[in-house]
Design a protein around this ligand. Structure first.
Ligand SMILES: NC(=O)c1ccc[n+]([C@@H]2O[C@H](COP(=O)([O-])OP(=O)(O)OC[C@H]3O[C@@H](n4cnc5c(N)ncnc54)[C@H](O)[C@@H]3O)[C@@H](O)[C@H]2O)c1
Length: 454
């Protein structure tokens, strides 16, 4: 149904569109993490009044006192935002004063590797009592197709006292709020594409919701890509991440074959990349990390079971990628063996614990599994990472380690490169080390008997 055929909602749509146009629409971002905080700043730069909502009081206090807790966001950006209509809060009553609410809360897996929608559900329950007619609610958290319609909308509808409904195609009531799904597609640490140049995929629950979401995102992104439903937008994000996950698994498997055959997989990838069409390079590594690639595909394989469908590529890729940290530990064992040493009792320095280079994100990092496994097999493990002075406790680990300075490298039986941070001087590392096991090809171009690629 077109947005002009329902007089009341049409008026509220026009009203909100006008507010977006004049930058007076009040925007609320729920979840001020790696996704929500940069998004907050983008809207703020475009002169929208923005309220950030988070249940973490420490984050709220830090932001309100002009501090940043994300490495790549300097405190000056927070201070600038505070002086131009941004503030953080943990009081959900703020929702009643907002026009647009964008939800960026975590979507992890539980201990059985099943989707954990707890944060989305908790957010929906918390905002529902404060909803007003005419507001736009957008979910950005990565999730399985159907979450917006089957999980978010029912909680918002049942939880608000005014009997508001989500605007659906064909509905004729004006007593509605608008709902859309729009996935975050950022690639942390990748500075080659500006955030505003990453096209924003949008699936509204009805055309009016799409129009509103296109208008608001169109004010901070250079291109918006409407799709027909929230489920199509949810699936788009999963397709992107599954494509990466499966191709990384493929190249990880081929790396292990190449190692056995004495072929340099990195050389092969570089050569294959010269093909001007039909090939996109993916690179092997010590295993998947981050909030997205190791997690998101399993949202879909879980949902697929509801349809009597086994998503076999996803499961197989998961199997190959999950085995990689153990492959790296086996490679350390083999390399030490060549030096007539056992892993048990050896001193191993792990270089880089972030899940990828030049970022301060430890989530699902293969380094965590690698360190635990090295310790379990009797090694004395230290680590160095310029982004992590300490590694404490997380969802699945409890390491309680402090960053070791890069001094006296000859004291270690083995240096293990897990994350190829740009700050490292690899020439010096190889020169001073007894043995370097390199899971990232970070030592490319350096010729030394001490280097073992794995
Ligand atoms: N980090 C990325 O690069 C990236 C990229 C694309 C998509 N995503 C997706 O975006 C979503 C958010 O990821 P993130 O990396 O920003 O997570 P994050 O953990 O960095 O941040 C989430 C924030 O939400 C807050 N939070 C949790 N429950 C809440 C609640 N009930 N109410 C309010 N705040 C709550 C947390 O305190 C935290 O500050 C996830 O679904 C993720 O898969 C992340």
């Amino acid at each position: 149904m077109s947005t002009t055929s329902r007089p009341l909602s049409s008026a509220s749509v026009k009203d909100l569109l006008a507010k977006i146009e004049t930058r007076t629409a009040k925007i609320g971002i729920v979840g001020l993490g790696y996704v929500g905080l940069p998004l907050t700043l983008l809207f703020n730069e475009q002169k929208f009044p923005v309220t950030g909502l988070d249940i973490d009081a420490e984050k709220v206090n830090a932001l309100n006192s002009g501090k940043s807790y994300i490495h790549r966001i300097p405190a000056t950006e927070i201070a600038n935002a505070l002086s131009s209509n941004f503030r953080a809060s943990n009081d959900y009553r703020e929702v009643a004063n907002l026009d647009i609410i964008i939800i960026c809360v975590p979507t992890p897996l539980n201990e059985y590797r099943e989707p954990d929608l707890g944060a989305i559900q908790a957010t929906a329950k918390a905002i529902a009592p404060h909803l007003r007619a005419g507001q736009l609610i957008v979910l950005e958290s990565t999730t399985y197709p159907g979450t917006t319609e089957e999980v978010l909308v029912p909680i918002l509808e049942s939880g608000n006292a005014s009997g508001l409904n989500a605007a659906r195609d064909g509905a004729d009531s004006g007593n509605v709020f608008f709902v859309a799904f729009s996935p975050e597609r950022e690639d942390p640490g990748n500075d080659t594409v500006a955030r505003r140049d990453i096209p924003k995929v949008i699936g509204g629950l009805n055309p009016a919701a799409s129009d509103l979401a296109i208008a608001v995102y169109g004010s901070i992104f250079n291109r918006t890509v409407p799709v027909s439903t929230p489920a199509a937008a949810e699936m788009t994000k999963l397709l992107e991440n599954i494509y990466r996950c499966v191709n990384i698994a493929l190249v990880n498997e081929l790396k292990m074959l190449c190692l056995r055959m004495g072929i340099d997989i990195w050389e092969v990838i570089q050569a294959a990349s010269t093909k001007p069409f039909g090939f996109h390079p993916f690179y092997p590594g010590p295993g998947l990390g981050g909030h997205c690639i190791p997690v998101d595909p399993f949202y879909l394989s879980w949902k697929a079971k509801e349809w009597d469908f086994q998503a076999r590529f996803i499961e197989l890729a998961g199997e190959v990628n999950t085995a990689m940290p153990y492959h790296v530990v086996d490679a350390v064992v083999a390399a030490l063996n060549r030096h007539r040493k056992a892993l048990h009792g050896s001193k191993v320095l792990v270089l880089g614990v972030a899940y990828k280079k030049d970022i301060d994100d430890l989530r699902e990092s293969p380094a965590l599994t690698i360190i635990e496994e090295l310790q379990r097999r009797g090694a004395t493990v230290s680590y160095n990472d310029p982004y992590f002075p300490k590694v404490g406790r997380g969802r699945k680990y409890n390491l309680q380690m402090a960053c070791t300075p890069l001094d006296n490298l000859a004291q270690y039986d083995c240096l293990l490169i897990v994350t190829d941070h740009s700050d490292y001087d690899y020439q010096r590392i190889v020169k001073e080390a007894q043995l370097v096991v390199d899971s990232r090809n970070a030592t490319r171009g350096i010729r030394s008997e001490k280097i073992v690629l794995c």
